[in-house]
Structure formats: structure tokens, C-alpha cells
Write a protein that binds this ligand. Structure first.
Ligand SMILES: Nc1ncnc2c1ncn2[C@@H]1O[C@H](COP(=O)(O)OP(=O)(O)OP(=O)(O)O)[C@@H](O)[C@H]1O
Ligand SMILES: O=P(O)(O)OC[C@H]1O[C@H](OP(=O)(O)OP(=O)(O)O)[C@H](O)[C@@H]1O
Ligand SMILES: [Mg+2]
Length: 285
């Protein structure tokens, strides 16, 4: 079974790390190799350009792929988007020079030139908004085009907005919100590899759920138990086990990483002792 993943660009490293957290580790011994065996028998990574992944998966050349949602839309590929990942988060925006002093799309004049690598997304958006613009198709570095004079405005990826600002541009409208996604060929359920794909998807969801979560263990005397449980974040249902040698309990629960300092301070103040925090590798529901 083949999984198509980015061979370069912004998504490459996070995708390789994500797969490793799922337990799929590529044997990257030769930098130039584009088909990489993994520690999972029969699973290979195919290293290709991020924007080519949707059509590769649509064709069935790879059963699964990890790419940007924006590229799935741009390529108009008929694939299943199965898992939305928590990285590669960006927006596709229409950005114009700050010097235009406008705040609304309706204020844009006709006949402007808009540089973008998202030709299809741009075309559809401009038609919907009834903006009569010429699309200048480029392959990257869109932000420099207006100051160069190669275009008047752009449709491009924005994350923090730093690049736009640096080039005297501001976002006027968000066209699409994107993130990395796991995609599959439409017929994957009927394929011979369906069981393996299903297992892989379960492991991926498990790794995603475990991210930013910690397991916390603590010992609590009998008479403090109610108070300690009440001080845990709402919705948590901790596991309790009675300690063999004393009138105390072990309380075990899962907490968001961000809440750990607050939870430790509260349970400690309420009588918990011997608090241990450990990483979680996977949560399979
Ligand atoms: N600054 C960013 N922050 C988060 N995600 C981003 C950012 N820029 C782009 N992305 C997302 O990452 C994916 C790939 O973007 P990238 O610009 O790296 O393209 P590439 O073609 O893979 O690489 P390169 O531009 O180096 O050729 C897209 O889905 C895009 O939405
Ligand atoms: O809103 P920001 O946080 O500034 O991020 C946006 C920038 O990030 C991406 O570029 P990347 O770093 O991938 O370089 P590239 O232009 O070579 O693709 C994207 O193409 C924008 O230029
Ligand atoms: Mg890039």
C-alpha cells in the first residue's frame, strides 16, 4: 500500500513526524529516493509534490495521501478527505495594497490583475464576487508581485500575516481555511488493502487525539477524595483504585497539557500527593 506525502515544502517535516507518531517510520537512507519502504510491511511512502498528491490519490496510484485541503480544492480532485490534521493551518486570502485604503471587496475596481498560484480557487471566487480581474498565474512568492508591478493584488496563503505586512499588503477577504488532511482514493473501502488502511486511520486518529494530552496519577487520602475529584476539570471521569496498604486512593485521569499546572496546583492544595504526569502515545476509541 502506498501513502503519498510531500517530498519538500512546509508540510514535509510535520507529515513525517506525524506518521512516526502513528508508528509508521520511513527508511530514509537515500535522500534522492522517492519511494521509501517503512517499518510496516507492505506500506511504502511515495515522496511527491504537495500539490500533486490529490490527483495521485484520485488516480489510485497511491491509496492514501497527506496534503493541504487547499490543494484538494484547487485540483478539483475527487477524493475522500478523511482526517483533518492539526498542522499546516492557513487561510487563502485576497490581499490588496494597504495604500488602496479600502476595507471591503466591493470597493475593488474592475480590470485589476491578481497574482496567484491558486488559479481555480481564484477564478471561482472572483466570479462569485463579480470582480472582473485578470488572473496572473505564478508558482510562488505572490506577495512580491504588487510591489514589482507584475500584478495589483494577490490571492495567497496567509498564516500569521507577517509576509503580507512586510510587503505593504493586507487581507481583505478569507476565501478558504486550510490545514493538512489525510485523503484516500474514493474506492479505498473496496480495495484489497482496506483492512490495513482502516487500521492506519484508527492509529492516526488515536495519535491525533493523544496530542497535547497528559495522563496524571496522584495519591489521595480517603477523606480528601471528594474535594480532589471536584477540583479536576469538568467532564473528566477519573479512574480510582484503592491503595493496598493505606486508607488512600490512586486517582488517574487525562488532562489537556495547557491545564496541567493549574490542575497540579489545585489537587495539591486539596490534599493529593505523589503526583506523576506522563505522556500519552495514542488514544484508540
Ligand atoms: N505559513 C504557513 N503556515 C501554515 N501552513 C502553510 C503556510 N504556508 C503554506 N501552508 C500550507 O502548507 C501547504 C504547502 O505549502 P507550501 O507553500 O510549503 O507549498 P509547497 O509547494 O509544498 O512548498 P514550496 O512553497 O516550498 O515549494 C499548503 O497546504 C498551505 O496551505
Ligand atoms: O502569514 P505568514 O505567517 O507570513 O505565512 C505566509 C507565508 O508562508 C508561506 O510561504 P513559505 O514560508 O512556505 O515560503 P514560500 O513562499 O517559498 O512558499 C506562504 O506562501 C506565505 O508566503
Ligand atoms: Mg511554501
Amino acid at each position: 500500500m502506498k501513502i503519498a506525502i510531500p517530498n519538500k515544502g512546509r508540510l514535509k517535516d510535520p507529515v513525517v513526524q506525524f506518521l512516526a507518531s502513528v508508528g509508521v517510520k520511513g527508511n530514509f537512507s537515500d535522500d534522492r529516493a522517492l519511494i521509501i519502504p517503512t517499518n510496516w510491511e507492505g506500506v511504502q511512502l511515495v515522496m511527491v509534490r504537495t500539490e500533486d498528491i490529490p490527483s495521485i490519490v484520485e488516480s489510485g496510484a497511491a491509496e492514501l495521501g497527506i496534503t493541504g485541503h487547499d490543494y484538494v480544492i484547487e485540483s478539483n480532485s475527487d477524493v475522500d478527505e478523511l482526517i483533518r490534521l492539526d498542522f499546516g493551518k492557513s487561510k487563502i486570502v485576497l490581499a490588496v495594497p494597504v495604500s488602496w485604503n479600502i476595507d471591503r471587496v466591493e470597493e475593488i475596481k474592475d480590470e485589476i490583475r491578481i497574482a496567484t498560484k491558486y488559479y481555480n480557487i481564484a477564478k471561482q471566487y472572483l466570479e462569485k464576487k463579480n470582480i472582473k480581474a485578470k488572473i496572473v498565474k505564478i508558482s510562488g512568492a505572490a506577495e512580491v508581485m504588487p510591489s514589482l508591478g507584475a500584478a495589483d493584488a494577490i490571492i495567497d496563503v496567509m498564516s500569521t500575516g507577517t509576509t503580507l505586512k512586510l510587503h505593504g499588503l493586507k487581507p481583505l477577504d478569507t476565501i478558504l481555511e486550510s490545514s493538512a488532511v489525510v485523503i484516500a482514493n474514493r474506492n479505498w473501502v473496496k480495495s484489497e488493502e482496506a483492512d490495513k488502511i482502516n487500521l492506519l486511520l484508527t492509529m492516526m486518529k488515536g495519535a491525533l487525539m493523544a496530542r497535547n494530552k497528559k495522563m496524571i496519577f496522584m495519591n489521595v487520602p480517603d477523606d480528601k477524595l471528594d474535594k480532589v475529584i471536584a477540583s479536576l476539570p469538568a467532564m473528566l471521569s477519573p479512574t480510582l483504585s484503592k491503595l493496598a496498604k493505606s486508607d488512600a486512593w490512586e486517582v488517574i485521569t487525562v488532562v489537556d497539557e495547557d491545564l496541567i499546572p493549574e490542575v497540579i496546583a489545585k489537587v495539591k492544595a486539596n490534599g493529593a500527593r505523589d503526583i506523576v504526569v506522563v505522556n500519552i502515545e495514542k488514544v484508540v476509541k
